[in-house]
Design a protein around this ligand. Structure first.
Ligand SMILES: [Zn+2]
Length: 123
């Protein structure tokens, strides 16, 4: 993959900013959750909706945490010069695809193949 030094630096910055943003939102929502727990909710309906909200938030946080790990892995790949290479076939991932989704590790062909396989498995 012939990424220029500027492109590599651009991606690295983009990924680092993205990660910082996600990490920021993680600690912010943790704080909000803690605050909600501190308050007393005598009404069981309220209690239930708080539970639902909390579960929802936990699911989002879980997804965010996984994304953060993915971003960190991508930054490592970037530093090792493996960024932009498909993990399945070793081919180049197009720059358009990387720009749209920098954490991707599959080229479009392999991604389609994987989706096809998933569809076959599910049907
Ligand atoms: Zn591939």
């Amino acid at each position: 993959m012939a990424l220029t030094k500027e492109e590599v630096e651009g991606f690295e910055k983009q990924l680092c900013d993205w990660r910082d943003e996600l990490e920021g939102s993680q600690s912010k929502s943790m704080h909000a959750m803690h605050e909600a727990e501190q308050r007393a909710y005598p009404d069981p309906t309220d209690q239930a909706s708080i539970e639902t909200e909390r579960n929802f938030e936990l699911r989002i946080k879980d997804r965010e945490r996984r994304l953060i790990r993915k971003i960190e892995k991508t930054i490592l790949r970037l530093r090792e010069g493996e960024f932009g290479l498909c993990e399945a076939c070793g081919g180049d991932i197009s720059i358009e695809r990387l720009e749209a989704r920098p954490v991707t590790t599959l080229c479009i062909e392999c991604k389609h193949e994987q989706e096809q396989e998933e569809r076959t498995r599910l049907s």
